[in-house]
Design a protein around this ligand. Structure first.
Ligand code: PAF
Length: 288
């Protein structure tokens, strides 16, 4: 596996399978790499903790950085190239200006649906959109693999690529987004780089998320599913950002389960001054 820091070195790599990450790799990332490998294309993994997607009060400075271990996992699971750019490479204009640029780029509708990530993390998706677009410009992949755990992010990236195909057809002409199922611990906790912040006690409490998604399945109506999720999360000591059922594609609120819907949760546990924010989601059964 080649480790490259300069985007010029990616020139010999167009048309590959791309896995963007912020490092702190775990089994979930490993399965994204294996999915990319299964495409038969050369695999490029990027590792970049993206400052523009963190709010001023978020965990950018304490976000886990484990480069040596990350490179070992990437190599083990078949990545051909690890792209590890610096902040200056990604944002030559400086972070402040990059944040300004990010905020001027129109976000696809799905990123701004009321009551979801945009309300809780203003500016987050603007930063994700900017960095992923720049990474795509540098890597020029044929496919890019994104985990379903960040469901709204996945929908944003799909919409961004679909929009580019119409508005800028020469930009990423062959790019396809491959969604990949969430990888879970044996007890149901979705794998996340932030799980390493959990003390044994918080780890126990964190099971509330998988349990909330499970109880949601017993409900006949979305409103009941939302109530059951809220109750389960509160019982496990979570403060809720949201626990909702939405249309799986538009992320609009729904009144029944007649179309594919998704239960989406974001909730915090732990000390008020440094809570751990966990997100997860699950497909609900379609009842026609
Ligand atoms: O999902 C992530 O790890 C990040 O949001 C991404 C897509 C790598 C952009 O920084």
């Amino acid at each position: 596996m080649r480790v490259v820091h300069d985007p010029q070195e990616l020139r010999s790599f167009p048309g590959g399978a791309f896995v963007p990450t912020m490092g702190a790799l775990h089994e979930g990332h490993a399965s994204l790499i294996r999915r990319a490998k299964a495409s038969g294309l050369p695999v490029c993994l990027s590792i970049f903790v993206n400052p523009t997607q963190f709010g001023p009060k978020e965990d950018l400075s304490r976000y886990p950085r484990t480069l040596d271990a990350d490179l070992a996992i990437a190599e083990r699971d078949g990545a051909d190239v690890a792209f590890v750019p610096s902040v200056d490479v990604m944002y030559p204009e400086g972070i402040e200006e990059a944040n300004r640029v990010a905020s001027t780029l129109p976000l696809p509708d799905v990123a701004t649906k009321p009551g979801l990530e945009d309300r809780c993390r203003p500016g987050h998706f603007a930063g994700v959109q900017l960095v992923v677009a720049r990474l795509f410009d540098m890597a020029r992949p044929a496919v890019a693999v994104f985990g379903e755990k960040d469901w709204q992010q996945l929908k944003l990236i799909e919409a961004m690529v679909a929009r580019a195909k119409v508005a800028e057809p020469a930009r990423w002409p062959e790019l396809r987004i491959l969604p990949h199922a969430t990888v879970r611990e044996r007890d149901g906790l979705a794998m996340s780089s932030r799980n390493r912040y959990l003390t044994p006690e918080l780890r126990e409490q964190s099971l509330g998320i998988a349990r909330a998604l499970q109880v949601a399945h017993s409900a006949q109506r979305p409103a009941t599913a939302e109530k059951l999720m809220r109750e389960t999360l509160e019982l496990h000591g979570f403060s809720l950002d949201y626990a909702v059922v939405r249309d799986a594609d538009t992320l609009l609120p729904v009144g029944d389960f007649a179309r594919p819907t998704r239960a989406l949760i974001a909730a915090r546990i732990g000390p008020a001054d440094a809570p751990v924010r966990l997100i997860d989601n699950a497909a609900m059964t379609v009842w026609s």
